[in-house]
Ligand binder design. Sequence first.
Ligand SMILES: [Zn+2]
Length: 673
Amino acid sequence: MTNPLLSDWNTPFNLPPFEAIEDAHVKPAVEAGLAEGRAAVQAIASDPEAPTFTNTIEALERSDSTLSKVLGVFYGSAGADANDVRDALMRDFSPMLSAYSSEITSNSALFARIETLWEARDTLDLTPEQARVLMLTYRSFVRSGAKLEGPQKARMAEIKSRLATLGTGFGQNLLADERDWVMPLAEADLEGLPQFVIDSARAAGEEKGADGPVVTLSRSLIVPFMQFSPRRDLREAAFKAWSARGENGNANDNRENAAEILRLREERARLLGYPSFAAYKLETEMAKTPEAVRDLLMRVWAPAKEAAERDGAILAEMMAKDGINGPLQPWDWRYYSAIRRKAEHDLDEAELKPYLQLDRMIEAAFACAHRLFGLDFEPLDVATYHPDARVWNVTRDGKHIAVFIGDYFARGSKRSGAWCTAMRSQQKLEGDIRPIVLNVCNFAKPSKDEAALLSYDDARTLFHEFGHALHQMLSNVTYGSISGTSVARDFVELPSQLFEHWLEVPEVLEEFATHAKTGAPMPRDMLDRLLAAQTYDQGFATVEYIASALVDLDFHDGDAPADPMAAQTETLARIGLPHAVTMRHATPHFAHIFSGDGYSAGYYSYMWSEVMDADAFEAFEEKGAFDTGTARLLEEHILSKGGSQDAEALYTAFRGRMPGVEALLKGRGLLTA
Ligand SMILES: [Zn+2]
């Protein structure tokens, strides 16, 4: 039996032969990829020839080509269409793959070759891209502990493995706490709630096997409940349960867990010679140092706090008029803010929705990409991993650029959220390899014959993920390891957050926001109200975000705190967090930084990217939102470059300078006159 994952794909655009691939093919294909990779790495390490860029670094780039081909297809589709078999495969693969990568980074013969090249780098006559790949390879080996020996090497392995276990445990505790809590609602408790909240409370009740509607700790239910329930006692109960996740003193309590994670991270950084975990983590980011991160966050903090205090005073006054005495509490903010938004901007979600059709918003994203970068999108009638996923051939001047897959509807087999991934990345080392790029979202699927409708937030998500997709599709580098979105964490949201701005260009909504039933364009005053509401309540949003980002930074900058909860209290007191606002994610449920390593000392990244996207969009606004000259610079210096140069060099090449924080403040409505 031939395994279609391992055979040559003689298909249009070399797409994976999805119809022939079965779950049973995956494990043998991964094992074959690992065996091939091990043999290739062994051959490099024991090569009798002296090391050269070609026989060591390029050979290493090629060593996992089968493995990444197989994993690209499997992880690309398994996250969007899981089942028990695929879940079990992912659990199996995680230790297999981490052992594989440890094996490579601790192979001392291999590292000796890389180090020889690194030391001779100025004499090797490398292209700038090759020099960059050599630097990144060397650096990642060193940061994984390749230079450690004896007991230090063993301790590093111990720490890594313990951190992996603690991170998984942190996430599982959180899920358990979220699953366990429900608040039953009597029929009278539903009064004042909009129909869509009542519907989801009833659906949640059914799912939990309750007699009637319930509130759960799912964000999509509890947040609208706190926005719309006039019952202050119920809002308080819901809010307190929401903010106590991971801190209930039960078996799921995450506080000890967080303390141990912070201790081990610090020890790991010190083993590698860094003064703190933040110094270790930030070395490879644009920010480089904890001071640079703190600087940005505190720049935005002051005006944001001022705005939040101003808004809080208005909301407190509204509450007093309701006859409620005492200070505004965290469970009051969203409720009075929603009333104020309706009064000031007269925006009604139900009235807005028919104008935001999924198909037309996809068209809008494609049209923007056409005007900016000359891309064309032609639907392809080919099978994928799921019938809901749609496929387009992306071309420019008739030349094939990429295959784009849009998988937009929520379903039980899809994990929550929205993301962009490449099933195959662009590279030129093994021929002109064109990418297969996937956008996955969780929009509500309409009943048959109805048009799919989006909220404005959904439409923004669609544009955001499409911005990541452009970063992959327009990539033009030689080496796969630096292709597309393989860039610093605090740079990667620039293309995605930047593309969101085109949804705010009035002529885009004027053309593409048409009514699902009548085809009429969105009325001008609705469009104006929608765009005017973009900066509404940004004081609150900014303050709750920065509070979390600063606590994250403090945790990792300097000695690990013995008691993270006390350290959190100290940070919040120091910055003077307004009483009615809380951290967006408090320590015991701060999964971004504790359930894995992704955003540790890195929660600031969204705002770092926002400084650039706000400034980059101003470059367009100066010459016109669809100025093709500016678009050409963006492609030439950023979208085509992947990680082939330092991010700061890329941005400076595009804009002529690094940005200040003013454009961000203006975008959030926080620039005081
Ligand atoms: Zn993103």
